[in-house]
Design a protein around this ligand. Structure first.
Ligand SMILES: C[S@@+](CC[C@H](N)C(=O)[O-])C[C@H]1O[C@@H](n2cnc3c(N)ncnc32)[C@H](O)[C@@H]1O
Length: 247
C-alpha cells in the first residue's frame, strides 16, 4: 500500500499510484484504473443529465475524483471533493491519484479530508448538487450516512449504489456477510428502491427517480412489471442503481 502521508508537492509518477478511476489527460497520457473510462463516461451522462452550469457540487467519497473533475469540466461553478476512508483512513486507497489528476487537469476543484458523519452544512454550507456515488453500501450506518449527504444538499442529490431485494415491495435492506458482496469485507448493506425512496422522502426530497446503472445488465428496473416468474437466484441478485432526487 502506498504511503498515505501524501505530499501535494510530490509530483510522483502515475505508475506508482493504485488507481480506482481511469483518466485521459489533456497531454494525451491515460490511466487505466479499476473502473473503466467507458463506464465512468456512461455514468457521468446519467448523473449529470441536468445542466451543471453555475452550480455548486459536493462529491462525497470522491477517491481519485473523476466525477468531481467531470462536474468541473461540465461547467460547475464550484466543486468540493471530499473523502476520508481512502484518502487517510483505513481503506487501501490514497489521495495520490486525486492530487495527480488535479495537477494534470490544472483543476480548481477544492478538496477536504472529512468522513461522512462529520459533514455539516453549518460548517461547509449546502451545495446545489451532491454526489454520493459508490459509498452507501460501504457504510455501517446507511440511514445516518444518507441523512448526512441529504443535509448537505439544497437541490439535487445523486446516489449510485448496490441495490437488492428488487422483488420486495416493502422498504427493506439486505445485510451481507463479511466478504459476501464482491469479496469485499467493507460492503455491508444494499437497500431496495422503496427503502431509498422512503429515506429520501423522509429527508425532504419530493421527487425521486431510480434508473439502472450502465454497469448492470438485465436490471430489474429495465424489465416490464410482472415479467415472467422470478427464480431464487434472481430474487437474491444485487444490481447497481442510480438515484436522482430533487428537493
Ligand atoms: C467504490 S469507491 C467510489 C468512488 C467514486 N465515488 C465513484 O463512484 O467512482 C467507494 C468510496 O467510498 C469511500 N468509503 C468506503 N468506505 C467508507 C466508509 N466506511 N465511510 C465513508 N466512506 C467510505 C471510499 O473512500 C471511496 O472513496
Amino acid at each position: 500500500m502506498a504511503d498515505k502521508s501524501s505530499d501535494s508537492t510530490d509530483r510522483g509518477s502515475e505508475s506508482d499510484i493504485h488507481w480506482f478511476h481511469s483518466f485521459a489527460f489533456p497531454d494525451g497520457s491515460t490511466v487505466d484504473g479499476i473502473k473503466s473510462l467507458e463506464i465512468q463516461r456512461a455514468e457521468a451522462d446519467l448523473f449529470f443529465e441536468s445542466d451543471l452550469a453555475g452550480k455548486s457540487v459536493l462529491d462525497i467519497g470522491a477517491w481519485d475524483g473523476f466525477f468531481s473533475f467531470e462536474a468541473e469540466r461540465r461547467g460547475a461553478a464550484r466543486v468540493l471533493a471530499t473523502d476520508h476512508f481512502c484518502w487517510s483512513g483505513p481503506g487501501w486507497g490514497t489521495r495520490d491519484g486525486f492530487d495527480f489528476a488535479h495537477r494534470a487537469l490544472d483543476s480548481n476543484v477544492e478538496s477536504l479530508d472529512i468522513d461522512v458523519p462529520s459533514l455539516e452544512p453549518a460548517a461547509l454550507g449546502q451545495f446545489d448538487v451532491v454526489l454520493f456515488l459508490g459509498v452507501l453500501y460501504h457504510v455501517k450506518d446507511p440511514y445516518g450516512s444518507l441523512e448526512a449527504a441529504a443535509r448537505m444538499c439544497s437541490d439535487q442529490l445523486i446516489i449510485e449504489t448496490v441495490t437488492a431485494l428488487h422483488f420486495e415491495a416493502l422498504p427493506a435492506m439486505r445485510l451481507y456477510k463479511p466478504g459476501e458482496l464482491g469479496g469485499d469485507p467493507t460492503n455491508f448493506w444494499a437497500p431496495n428502491v422503496p427503502a431509498l425512496k422512503l429515506m429520501l422522502n423522509t429527508f425532504g426530497f419530493s421527487r425521486v427517480e431510480a434508473i439502472p446503472s450502465p454497469v448492470t445488465q438485465d436490471h430489474p428496473l429495465s424489465r416490464p412489471r410482472g415479467w415472467g416468474f422470478e427464480t431464487n437466484a434472481r430474487k437474491k441478485a444485487n444490481h447497481r442503481t442510480i438515484i436522482r432526487a430533487w428537493r
